[in-house]
Design a protein around this ligand. Sequence first.
Ligand code: ZN
Length: 354
Amino acid sequence: MLTREEIRSWPKAELHVHLDGSLRPETLLELAQQERLAHRLPGRTPEEIWQALEAVDRSRSLEEYLSWFRYTIMVLQRKEALYRAAYELVQDAARENVRYIEVRYSPILHTERGLSLEAVNDAVLAGLQDAERDTGTRARLIICGLRDRYESYSFRLAELAVAYKGRGVVGFDLAGGEAGNPAKLHVHAFQYAREHNLNLTCHAGEAWGPASIKQALHDCGVHRIGHGVSLQEDEDLLQYVIDHRIPLEVCPTSNVQTRVVPTLAEHPVRYYVQRRVRVTINTDNRLFSRTTLTDELWRCHKELGFDEPTLKWIVLNGFKSAFLPYEERKALLDEVLPLLGASRPAVRPTLGDG
Ligand SMILES: [Zn+2]
């Protein structure tokens, strides 16, 4: 049996976490007080807010789960608030030894008080970069288009992502209510990002069947899949995902909360690991799912029986699937492998710089 502390001490990578879903309850309250919006929060103290969030577990659908974001989005409309949320998220991750983190959000949700998309993004990037400098945890950004809005919005966000490529933004994603909002309606946004050699991921197979994953992969050309819970329903597609080593960004607690799986014990992630799908484990939303990356791995250990080698393999999958340039990713892997008591295969090319 592993201890939670052992898992906490391992170097880890997190690839799927939403900025607006991961505020500290104290920060949510303070920002709401500053904006005179505290009366709209579901609690008057951080403890009360934390307790009120237990209701998230009783969400009846992904849409109901997503409705909780109204509390955080209303306080994230100023540069200082965005900076603080980004900074603290990296700080929280660093405290549990996350060495690499990709934070995602949709800048368009933070323009209600007149900030431009660029001003929003600059504030978030500044928060991530300052936190990286102070903690040593590498932090990068993914920009999300929104499924339930017009494609013109997603396209504008893809343009923004491309404009910031090489300056902290490493990818483009599509998030929001999945059922009834097919990814293929946003194909031009993905195409634009792909033409500019940006990394792509997409929430898919969370609240809709494998057809959604197929669209993400084949119509939109994504490199990773967010969630992918319904992948098990299509054996041929599952084999394709295995063969092409397409990473899945699995978020166990979130998937139970949104009723995508009835219980964690019934989550297909166990089957995916058995089939050697490139599984990564993530928090999705540290506030609304009231979790950390350590907790998610710990739950996989306790409730799914993942042993130490399996969990370490998953942790390494996280580093391997990072949207970092290959050389940087390799250097990061070389840094963490010995800390996980693992080593690289002995057979490798010996040619020098060519
Ligand atoms: Zn997500």
